[in-house]
Ligand binder design. Structure first.
Ligand code: ATP
Ligand code: MG
Length: 412
């Protein structure tokens, strides 16, 4: 027989982390350790005091400001959702009292509602179904004009009877899911002032990758808002990994466009520009402990992004190039950009002045290589990686380190 435990009522932030369940025990322990480290960093950065427990499958966080804690934790990668819950005893009466208090505030006449009850083994009392019925009865008594609808409820109350007490809540704040930041090694992400590349970088961070950003500053060849826009994207992404400094390397790429402006087959400029970016990135990867390059490239979005051009671009390097957005529609990318806060309504002038009137949509690799030889691209790459600025973003604060401060990243 289970036991009925009486617990003093208080509030807790309940954190769920779905996918980590799939891992073996030691991997799971490691990942949960990283997740807790990241949660602690974000709460410390926000200046919130807290303590936590890790019962099976959950992280429970206690503190004086549960709502603030919940909204911080809802931005931590690896977290699926977060609830501010009332802690009660596990008897139907205590759970019902807490559920009734929530219902009184939110359940209105005519509203469709559902009770989602779960009883953990060993917690005693009625089974999940019966518990749900009892709690539903409590809500219904207070608001007899509400309607039970388990399929399309407008309002849900969640009740959990556990061995050592119970939890009651009526709201799940969605979090990004994915894996804990830092659990998957480093990637070097080509980032621009545009919409796509920050989304690509965010998706990689969400899957646990440490990102180092690389931006090509085309100087007079770029629209006047370009350099600032890239830094702004970098800054906004740092707000997703609070407590971790995010690095961005900035390389002067204007000599490449100067070289391509004279007696050069103009139609290859875009493809060669992208090959140049990948080669600079490949050069900088070892110093940043990065294992892959990430870009925001997409299939068919612009002239340089045909399948055959992407193949010619990738063949510039012998390292993997990951393109998380390759299959996404622009509208879906914009939706994510808005949700993660990188979308810029008025980005200013981002027009690249080196783009030719008719960029090639099916560049031939041999012709591209011949064109590259004309401008001594190896020398241009060597010069580019000599001149690097490092821009660090930490919790949305930017620090620019001018050369000669550049040093490869410390080991993780
Ligand atoms: P975005 O919105 O990400 O700029 P886009 O649709 O405008 O993408 P392109 O300008 O062709 O496409 O760029 C393709 C990818 O090349 C970008 O997603 C980014 O990864 C990389 N890239 C473009 N410009 C730069 C830059 N100035 N510095 C670094 N990477 C860049
Ligand atoms: Mg762009």
């Amino acid at each position: 027989m289970g036991t009925v435990v009486r617990v003093e009522e208080q509030t807790v932030v309940m954190v769920r982390y779905g996918e980590l369940f799939l891992k073996s025990e030691p991997v799971k322990r490691h990942f949960i350790g990283l997740l807790i480290r990241n949660i602690k960093k974000s709460l410390e950065t926000a200046g919130l005091s807290f303590r936590y427990e890790t019962p099976r499958g959950r992280i429970l966080i206690y503190g004086d400001e549960p709502r603030k804690i919940a909204s911080e934790v809802a931005r931590v990668f690896g977290v699926v959702d977060v609830s501010v819950a009332t802690v009660t005893g596990n008897s139907p009466e205590e759970l019902g009292r807490a559920a009734g208090a929530l219902g009184k505030k939110h359940l209105k006449a005519g509203m469709r509602f559902a009770v989602r009850a779960k009883r953990q083994k060993g917690s005693g009392g009625p089974d999940s179904q019966e518990l749900g019925r009892v709690i539903g009865g409590v809500l219904y008594d207070d608001q007899p004009e509400a309607v039970v609808d388990l399929t399309h409820p407008e309002y849900e109350v969640f009740v959990e009877a556990r061995e050592n007490g119970g939890f009651v809540y009526d709201h799940r704040i969605p979090a990004p899911g994915g894996l804990p930041f830092g659990s998957q090694g480093n990637a070097l992400g080509l980032i621009s002032a545009g919409i796509d590349s920050p989304v690509a970088s965010w998706l990689m961070m969400k899957r646990g990758c440490g990102m180092v950003h690389l931006n090509m500053d085309a100087g007079k060849w770029a629209g006047c808002a370009t350099a600032e826009g890239a830094i702004e994207n970098h800054r906004r992404l740092s707000l997703w990994v609070k407590g971790f400094p995010l690095r961005m390397l900035v390389v002067d790429s204007s000599p490449l466009y100067d070289a391509m402006s004279r007696g050069f087959p103009q139609r290859y400029i875009c493809v060669i520009c992208k090959r140049f970016m990948l080669r600079v990135a490949a050069n900088l990867m070892p110093g940043e402990h990065a294992e892959v390059i990430v870009t925001g490239e997409n299939l068919g979005q612009v002239a340089s992004q045909t399948l055959s051009n992407l193949a010619v671009i990738s063949s510039a390097v012998h390292v993997p190039v990951i393109r998380p957005l390759v299959t996404y529609d622009k509208a879906d990318i914009v939706t994510i950009a808005r949700r993660i806060g990188t979308f810029n309504q008025k980005p200013g002038d981002l027009c690249c002045k080196a783009v030719p009137a008719m960029p090639s949509t099916g560049a031939n690799l041999a012709d591209v290589i011949t064109a590259e030889e004309k401008i001594d691209i190896d020398l241009l790459i060597a010069q580019a990686v000599e001149r690097i600025r490092v821009v660090t973003a930490l919790n949305g604060e930017i620090t620019v380190h001018e050369k000669p401060d550049y040093e490869p990243a410390p080991a993780i």
